[in-house]
Design a protein around this ligand. Structure first.
Ligand code: HEC
Length: 279
């Protein structure tokens, strides 16, 4: 039942794309500057950012949060064979970003900061200037970085729970030790080389992002196999005890939470054209 539903949502997403961007007349406002049927990269990056928020929340709450209560552990050194733990949320994202790098779509992802624990997460100069603006108004920032020639979007990463603050402040590698609750600690940063994409590219991008989430979760399950006391992997979640959902179950739940928002985001700006066509 669950699978049927997400399949239906996925199919309607494809159908919508074809309808909105191929058959439907282009919205008047978009014809002036862009080739017909093209999708602005801002909308694409907003979509993948929303999908990333959902997977991070699902992983943080249902796997890490409930998992800890059920006896699972999560650690920075999760990949070391002697450490029987899973990735922290930031490292789950890093794993997804690593997998995304290997895909054919030229989409970049990283969680950056001006005071990072890991120096690999430090913003470059242009990114840092824009990040300071983001810290001021706490709004997503879209810009073209001339130095990297990449269209870039930054989304605030806020210290929403005390755990963010204490772990970062106490971390020996942290260059800043006075983070406070509700601080903007960094920004999820997405990059893409083109200003617009075709509907096909749009679908390839969303698909690649979802695959990279699945890959990150699979990397965790792979590690779990080596635990002396490994939880049962299948249909149940840590909320029920010492269990972990399989990759399929995890991704089906993710799709259920993410797909309707992704469809809605596709409709933004295209709704008037859709209405006219159906009248
Ligand atoms: C148990 C420790 C821990 C917790 C809890 C934690 N983090 Fe981190 N965070 C880390 C570590 C370690 C890294 C560096 C990971 C790496 O090597 O890329 C990191 C990386 C980051 C980065 C990238 C910049 C940097 O510092 O390298 C941001 C931004 C960030 N975390 C924000 C948060 C937020 C927001 C929360 C709460 C929702 C949070 N973290 C919770 C340990 C933690």
């Amino acid at each position: 039942m669950k699978i049927h539903r997400s399949l239906l949502v996925a199919l309607s997403l494809v159908a919508l794309c074809i309808y909105l961007f191929v058959s439907a007349p282009p919205a008047l406002t978009e014809t002036a500057e862009q080739p017909a049927g093209s999708i602005p990269i801002e909308r694409v990056l907003e979509t993948v950012a929303a999908e990333n928020d959902i997977v991070r929340k699902l992983y943080t709450q249902e796997i890490v949060g409930k998992g800890k209560l059920a006896g699972l552990q999560f650690d920075e050194q999760w990949q070391k064979p002697e450490v029987q733990a899973g990735p922290l949320p930031a490292l789950f994202l890093r794993e997804a970003a690593r997998s995304l790098q290997k895909k054919s779509v030229p989409l970049g992802l990283f969680l950056g900061s001006d005071f990072p624990i890991s120096s690999a997460n430090r913003f470059d100069r242009t990114q840092n200037e824009i990040f300071q603006r983001l810290r001021g108004d706490r709004k997503p920032q879209h810009f073209y970085a001339a130095d990297t020639k990449l269209h870039t979007a930054m989304f605030p990463d806020v210290a929403g729970v005390e755990g963010c603050v204490t772990c970062h402040n106490e971390h020996p590698e942290s260059p800043k030790t006075d983070w406070k609750l509700d601080d903007v600690m960094g920004a999820t940063t997405w990059t893409y080389p083109k200003a617009t994409v075709t509907p096909t590219e749009y679908l390839q991008i969303v698909a690649a992002v979802r695959e990279s989430f699945a890959d990150a979760y699979a990397a965790y399950l792979q590690e779990v196999k080596t635990f002396a006391a490994a939880p049962e992997v299948g249909g149940r979640w840590p909320a029920e005890g010492f269990y972990l959902p399989s990759g399929e179950v995890f991704m089906a739940e993710f799709a259920k939470l993410a797909s309707s928002g992704t469809v809605d985001r596709l409709l933004i700006g295209s709704a008037p054209a859709a209405r006219t066509a159906s009248e």
